[in-house]
Design a protein. Structure first.
Length: 174
């Protein structure tokens, strides 16, 4: 099980409403190796984003983040080392894929207006809050069921099923 500090702080990268999976994982990247797929995140709307973002950073977005198909966008965020995505609302399929990959994607009403790009976001995973230290604004993130919290904490669904003995360990590619 992954051990992560319950409070993490990261630089905010801000995006708007209706970011779809074609923007997150375009078809041209879909069949590439996982690490290469990650370099295509937001390429259609911000071509240089993956060269600027750093481990621990946070994506703040508007409504309906991740609409579209079940592409592995959350895995790409995890590969880049982001802390999480926090949006006004998430597409349900994207949310569940995020849990399955062991990456936090969370809903938080008011989050888009509470941050400017470049602000720091302090995310408390124990209490499901997000704070903007610059303004002092603290928001309540929508709660996540304990069963899904344990899946993320395990590193994703496959990792959780391996730990529980339901799957044989998956061998990493050389």
């Amino acid at each position: 099980m992954e051990t992560v500090s319950p409070v993490r702080t990261g630089k905010v990268w801000k995006f708007g409403d209706n970011i779809d999976t074609e923007v997150l994982c375009p078809l041209e990247a879909f069949f590439l190796p996982e690490g290469e797929q990650a370099t295509y995140l937001f390429r259609a709307v911000r071509p240089d984003w993956t060269s600027l973002v750093g481990p621990g950073d946070v994506v703040v977005a508007g409504r309906n983040f991740g609409q579209g198909s079940g592409r592995p966008a959350a895995r790409s965020f995890k590969i880049l080392g982001l802390t999480c995505v926090i949006a006004e609302s998430l597409n349900g399929l994207y949310f569940r894929n995020s849990i399955n990959y062991g990456f936090w994607s969370l809903e938080c009403p008011g989050v888009h207006d509470a941050f400017e790009e470049g602000d720091m976001a302090q995310v408390d995973f124990a209490h499901f809050t997000v704070t903007n230290p610059r303004t002092g604004t603290k928001l309540q993130i929508k709660s996540v069921p304990p069963e899904l919290v344990s899946t993320v904490q395990a590193g994703g669904l496959y990792a959780q099923l391996e730990m529980q003995g339901y799957l044989a360990p998956i061998k990493a590619e050389a």
